[in-house]
Design a protein around this ligand. Sequence first.
Ligand code: S3P
Length: 171
Amino acid sequence: MMKNIVLIGFMGTGKTSTGKMLAARLGRAFLDMDQQIEKKAGKSIPAIFAEDGEAAFRAAEYELAKSLSEKRGLIISTGGGTMKREENRALLKKSGIIVCLTADAETILTRTSARGKRPVLDRAENRKAEIERLLGERAEIYAHADYTVDTSELSPLQVVEDIVKHIKKYG
Ligand code: S3P
């Protein structure tokens, strides 16, 4: 069976838009973990954080990672914090190739400027400082990828072509 391609990386690195286009390009099914969690909960991620707490969201993320680890052939976009949990890293790694999307703090700040969408950033007093702090804190977990693409200067289409080229080399 074909491996999954799992997109990981910080908020605003383009996991969802790239994932959708990559799936279309390769003729594979696309699954966005955040969207799946929202669908199951019947509410948005900010609402889950506000009403049920971050721990409830992380638990839902773990349950989903478990079920996705049994699937193959999918293009999966994770949430920016999915890989924080060691079990999630192991589960997703077992299912496929891990591709990390990165971007510099300034680019991430611009791409995540909309309020009310990212509770992890909305609760910070200084958004830029919080992005930099979290990038430092999470650098280690994103380093678990098989392949990394810096998306700061690239369009999603260019990112897709880069990934496709790399995956072909993989065989
Ligand atoms: C989070 C990132 C979000 C979403 C949730 C928590 C994080 O996903 O899962 O708000 O902890 O980095 P995106 O990376 O798709 O924004």
